[in-house]
Structure formats: C-alpha cells, structure tokens
Design a protein around this ligand. Structure first.
Ligand code: XMP
Length: 513
C-alpha cells in the first residue's frame, strides 16, 4: 500500500525529528531529507506537502543552505518554519535582514495573536503562546502574502499566500511550548495539503508483513533478540511474517533484571518460530570473575555475546537474512539519506561481521520509538516488553560497581525489582525515562534489630531525558523514595543504606559505570 507523503526538507534545525514525529502523530507519513535533495527526486516522491525546517544560519548569508526555487512551481503547499519561513520569503522576492538589537529579535515564549480566518490557524484561539527563536527579520514579505499572526515585537510572526498554499511561521509549532502548535501542523496537513490520514500502524504492519514475505521467500532469517523494545518488535513482526523460517537467538547472559529472561521467552511462546534461549550465564560470570574495570567488563560481554551468537548462527546452516532493529532516529542521526554511513548500532553492534548472510533486513527503519511501541501493541506483544525502558547491553554488570558475583547480582535484582514495583504502584513510570538501582562497592555501618551491620550501600537512579545525551534527575516524591528505601532494607539482605542520585548529565552519566 502506498501512503500519502509529506516531505520535510532539513536545513539543519534542531527540531527536525520533532516535526516529523508531529506529522506522523496526525497519521500522515513523512520523511526528513536533506535540503540538497535534487528537485527531480522531490518530484518523484510526489509529496502532498513540503515543510522547510528551521536552521542555524541567516538566509542572507550567501553560504547558507538554499532551496531550489522550482519547489514553488510544483503546485504543492509549503510550510516554512523559522529559517524555512525566511528562506521562503527571500526566495519568493521578499527581504530578510538581521534584526536590530531588541527589535523583532525574539527568543523564547511570546504572546502571539492569530487571524483565525487563515487556514493554518482555523478553529484555534485567536491568542496563544508561541516559541520563538529567530535573529533575523522579514523586512519585506513577498507579493501576494498576508500577515496572519503577530506578536508585540514582530508584525509578521506568520506569512501566508492562501492562493498558492504557501505558509511561513517565525515560531516553532512543533515544540510543546507553542500552544496549539500541533493543531497548526494538523491544519497544514488536513486543511491545506488535504491529507487523508492514511498512516496507521495497522496498515504499516500489514504492508510490512507482505513485503517481508515477498522478499524472504523460502529463505532463513536470523535475529539476535535482546529483549529490548526494538529487537522484540522486529522479532514479532518477522515471526508474524515468516514463522518457522525465523530463528531468534536470545542470549541470556545472566545479567538481566529479575524474571526478565522468562518474560521475554513467554512473550514469544505464541509464535511458531525457532526460539533459541541460550543460558550462557555461567560462561559470562566465569569470564567476568574478578574484573572491576567498566570498559573491560563491556569488552568481555561484547566478545562473549558474539561468540555465543556465532555458534548458534552456525547451527542453522545457511542464513539468508539477518534482522537488525535500526529505527528512524538512528537513520536521521547517521546522515540523511546517506545510506553509506548508517551505523551498525545497538547492543548487537558488529554482528554482521560474524555471521554469513546475504542481506540485512531492517523492518523498523522508518519508525520512531513511539511508533515502534505502537507496532508492538498492534502485534499484541505484552506491555512489559512494549513499554520497557532502555536497558544497556552489558546489563547489570555495569550497575554493580567493582567485581561481579552471583550474590551481588541477586541483591541488585531484588532491590531493582522493588524500586520498579514502587514506581509502578505510584504510577510514575511515564514521568521518567530510565530508572534503576546500582549496587555500590561501598559498605557502611548500620544497625538492624539489635545488631550492628556492615553492609552495602545501594543507590537509586532515575532520570528524565529526551535523547539520553543530557538528562536531569527525576524529582521522585519523598514518600515514594521512603517506601522504596524501607522495603529494600527490610526485604533485601546485605543492604543497610539507600542513597538517591541527584546529579544531572552532564556532569554525571546516566549509568554509574
Ligand atoms: P550514559 O550512562 O552514557 O547512558 O549516560 C546513556 C544511555 O546509554 C545506555 N548505556 C548503554 N547501552 N551498552 C548499551 O547498550 C552500554 O555499554 C551502555 N552504557 C550506557 C544507558 O543505559 C543510557 O540509556
């Protein structure tokens, strides 16, 4: 099935992914492509609308990214955001200049007044807050344009040529700070581009299953299942598509959270596939014995993983296709449309070098993380897999400071389980992006019952973040922290002190190792 297509031309804006996500939230398929995309390619994509992103440059700088003026001859509506708006104005004959200090230069929130007879603002309140971030100013707008929005500082917060379907906004409708911004994008899609809203997960699931079947034929497919969201959803999709031709290798390194291995296995029991769970915990623990250095731990785990996977892969004989759980943000970050530099990423990074196969299948390549979760639900995967927070490939090994033993693993598993349980009971799961316990290698004196103890200090870590590159510590209510602390010291032996990590990233990292 073919979907209507919206093209997002990227001019280097920091919110390009966000624009794409917003468009897809409105059930319209879109892709982000470089502003350098040749006009012939743009035509071939048959977009129903084009969005120009913001960008860090000034349009009047000759070295700044430009667009092919022919874009405006295609009869396709265009929405320019920030830099994109200024570029549209300049290309169509307007004039853009650097704003003078304190005049028309705006950063942050601004009260904005909208003309709701303009299709872009149809049905919305006439006044709202918008998120501005622009240095430059449209001194003259091109002929044929009206000015359907203004702020106290700026008479042309938006420009519109309703006849030709060209719209520009100086603010960022894609960020949450802009009130009704998402509705403005919706208006662009539905009122202006006449979208049908044909991008649904059910369609995507069905068309993906069909195209995987067409491609794979009678071939054998191999997938390394980590139990994370991406590999689980990819596995479910392949299971649905090719059943017995799929072998999922789930390497249980013994460094997973409480019951996690069994949960993953249980989730795939309903498909008739070759599900291989390799209990390799003994060999991982043996190789990790006495190792305290975090990078050495990672290296050992990575190497062992590949060895185990390779051995399982060889048992299958001829592997035709290897499945990877690459998702759209990885594609965008790796260089737009430049397939050559797509990184082989993930916990299973480097696998292609170790298994002989004909081709890689990346069935989630077009999807954002929230869409991957949606697809998982569509495939009836249980919530505990679909909603799973990110979990590092080396697992609990990097959450035990110092050397790893069975005893420490058991302590950490139980403590981490209690933390997650209380967060779930307090319904705080959706307010934080990653949360876990860390077993420090510090012991201190305590008193329990009538006796003196000398036991481990356990740290709790919880962060909020959008990209995991920076993060803030989550403001968990004291009462919840208290419950977690009381339960852990009572229920888990050898822990007599709990601390909560209140550092952001930077300067700290999310994990402790
Ligand atoms: P840091 O600790 O670097 O973590 O702030 C950022 C994100 O990356 C995850 N992480 C890892 N994931 N292998 C992984 O697959 C690793 O070795 C690893 N180290 C950190 C971390 O859990 C967080 O989501």
């Amino acid at each position: 099935m073919t979907h209507q297509f919206v093209l997002i031309l990227d001019f280097g804006g920091q919110y390009n992914q966000l624009i794409a996500r917003r468009v897809r939230e409105h059930n319209v398929y879109c892709e982000v492509k470089s502003y350098k995309t040749p006009i012939e390619e743009i035509k071939a994509l048959k977009p129903i609308g084009i969005i120009f992103t913001g960008g860090p440059n000034s349009v009047y700088d000759p070295a700044s990214p430009q667009c092919d003026p022919e874009i405006f001859q295609l009869g396709v509506p265009v929405l320019g955001i920030c830099y994109g708006c200024q570029l549209m104005a300049l290309t169509l004959g307007g004039k853009v200049i650097a704003a003078q200090e304190d005049t028309a230069r705006e950063f942050g929130k601004a009260t904005t007044y909208y003309d709701t007879t303009c299709p872009l603002f149809k049905g919305l309140p006439a006044e709202g807050i918008s998120w501005m971030s622009h240095n430059d100013y449209m001194a003259e707008v091109p002929a044929g344009f009206t000015l359907p929005a203004h702020t106290a500082m700026c008479s042309n917060a938006a420009i519109a040529d309703v006849q030709r379907g060209f719209y520009g906004v100086q603010f960022h409708p894609e960020v949450n700070h802009t009130k009704n911004g998402s509705a403005m994008l919706r208006n662009f899609l539905y009122e202006i581009c006449h979208a049908h809203g044909d991008w649904t997960m059910e369609d995507f699931k069905n068309s993906s299953i069909q195209s995987i079947r067409d491609k794979v034929g009678n071939g054998q497919v191999l997938l390394a299942l980590s139990g994370g969201v991406d590999s689980s959803v990819a596995a479910a999709l392949l299971a649905e598509a090719v059943g017995k031709q799929l072998t999922c290798v789930f390497v249980d390194h013994g460094l997973m959270r409480k019951d996690e291995g069994d949960e993953v296995e249980a989730a795939f029991a309903r498909w008739d596939i070759n599900f291989v769970r390799v209990d390799a915990s003994a060999r991982f623990l043996q190789r990790l014995a006495g190792v305290s250095d975090p990078e050495t731990k990672r290296k050992i785990i990575g190497e062992e993983f590949i060895r185990v996977f390779e051995a399982e892969g060889k048992k299958i004989g001829q592997v035709d296709y290897l499945v990877q759980g690459t998702i759209y943000p990885d594609v965008i970050e790796s260089g737009l449309g430049d397939a050559a530099v797509i990184k082989s990423h993930h916990n299973v990074g480097g696998l292609p070098d170790y298994v002989d196969f004909k081709e890689i299948i990346e069935p989630l390549r077009q999807l954002f993380k929230d869409e991957v979760r949606q697809l998982g639900r569509e495939l009836a995967l249980p919530d505990y897999l679909v909603k799973r927070q990110p979990f590092p490939g080396p697992g609990l090994a990097i959450r035990i400071i110092g050397d790893i033993t069975e005893e420490k693993l058991a302590i950490l598993r139980d403590a981490d389980f209690i933390f997650r349980d209380e967060i779930a009971k307090a319904q705080l799961e959706d307010s934080m992006n990653q949360y876990f316990a860390v077993l420090t290698n510090m012991r201190s004196v305590g008193v329990q019952g009538d006796g003196r103890t000398y036991d481990y200090t356990l740290a709790l870590r919880s962060v909020t973040t959008t990209d995991f590159m920076t993060a803030d510590w989550a403001r968990i209510p004291y009462e919840v922290l208290d419950k977690v602390s009381v339960r852990i010291v009572n229920e888990v032996e050898h822990v007599n002190r709990i601390v909560y990590d209140i550092t952001s990233k930077p300067p700290a990292t999310i994990e402790w190792e």
